[in-house]
Design a protein around this ligand. Structure first.
Ligand SMILES: O=C(CO)COP(=O)(O)O
Ligand SMILES: O=C[C@H](O)COP(=O)(O)O
Ligand SMILES: [Zn+2]
Ligand SMILES: [Zn+2]
Length: 321
């Protein structure tokens, strides 16, 4: 089975009122965990590759691993560039056959963001690829070099509904990542906080009223940073701030119902993998066969993805709609 096009996945998700999980892939075990969970849950899935993943694993390895996943499974799989930071990187991925790319020029002024997106859209649309843009800036740790804080988006800037309309019209992007209080990483909030879901509704409505239809919105930073994973990491020797909190899963469910079509999850996968590896090291300090800790790590990530697609995103059971 070949890759499924991102635009086909979006069309079905919008019709079926479910969200697609866009899970980040950095190595074989993460990929296997995502695919096995989605296969068993009959969920369509988006695999996303960041610039960092390409640097870590090598684009050819990633491409071949994904080819293996596609040929061994029956579910619809799309491949997306996460946070493309230049036209050149987007072009490389489009040429490699990615079904969608994100160009993230959200830190630039509006006009410059539009211009950068337009250039990517022009190339992508000629090559059967669709484009995600971003307007507004996520709070906190986006593009961060520091320990926990954001380098240049500490305050964030929420997406304005009318600006979103102008941005989509002028740039021609096919989906839009919004800033509604979401942020990347494990240190999103101290204590329980919520997304600005009223703003999300207003953005969706403004796009609809402007004749852009049931327009696909994207939620970055959608990890919930489960307390039990943080506790487990710390129990087995980790040193994560216990008071950290992510996006409540109930907020993600509401975002899905409002019309968020793509939900990005990376940190929760990292936490699951780290918790399982730390536990295996702690419980079996004499063990040195990587399969003995990567195996449980893969299983833990698989359980997490299963939970997300079944209980939060509600895309389980929709693979063959
Ligand atoms: O937005 C993401 C990838 O683009 C991931 O967000 P998290 O860090 O919340 O998992
Ligand atoms: O939003 C960022 C994603 O979690 C990817 O992270 P990365 O750049 O460390 O691969
Ligand atoms: Zn961004
Ligand atoms: Zn992101």
């Amino acid at each position: 089975m070949p890759l499924t096009h991102t635009k086909d996945l979006f069309a079905k998700a919008l019709k079926g009122k479910y969200a697609l999980g866009a899970f980040n892939v950095n190595n074989m075990e993460l990929l296997q965990a995502i695919i096995e969970a989605c296969e068993e849950e009959k969920a369509p899935v988006m695999l996303q590759i960041s610039k960092g993943a390409r640097q870590y694993a090598n684009p050819v390895y990633l491409k071949k691993l994904i080819e293996a996943a596609v040929s061994l499974s029956n579910i619809p799989i799309a491949v997306h560039l996460d946070h493309g930071d230049s036209f050149e990187l987007c072009k490389e991925c489009i040429d490699e056959g990615f079904t969608s790319v994100m160009i993230d020029a959200s830190h630039d002024p509006f006009e410059k963001n539009v211009e950068t997106c337009r250039k990517v859209v022009e190339y992508a649309h000629k090559h059967n690829c669709v484009v995600e843009g971003e307007l507004g800036m996520l709070v906190g740790a986006q593009h961060d070099d520091g320990e926990e804080g954001g380098a240049y988006s500490k305050g964030g800037a929420y997406t304005h509904p009318e600006e979103a309309v102008q941005f989509v019209k002028q740039s021609g992007v096919d989906s839009l990542a919004v800033a509604i209080g979401n942020s990347h990483g494990a240190y999103k909030f101290k204590g329980e906080q919520h997304l600005d879901l009223e703003r999300l509704k207003a953005i969706k409505k403004a796009l609809m009223d402007a004749g852009l239809g049931d327009y696909p919105l994207v939620l970055h930073g959608a990890s919930s940073v489960p307390k039990d994973l943080v506790t487990e990491i710390n129990k087995y020797g980790g040193k994560m701030g216990e008071e950290t909190a992510g996006v409540p899963e109930a907020d993600i469910e509401i975002a899905r119902r409002v019309g968020c079509t793509k939900v990005n999850i990376d940190t929760d996968l990292r936490l699951a993998m780290t918790a399982a590896i730390r536990k295996a090291f702690f419980e079996n300090p004499k063990e040195f066969d990587p399969r003995k800790y990567m195996g449980p790590a893969r299983t833990k990530v698989k359980d997490l993805v299963r939970h997300k697609v079944r209980n939060v995103l509600c895309c389980a059971g929709h693979a063959f709609d």
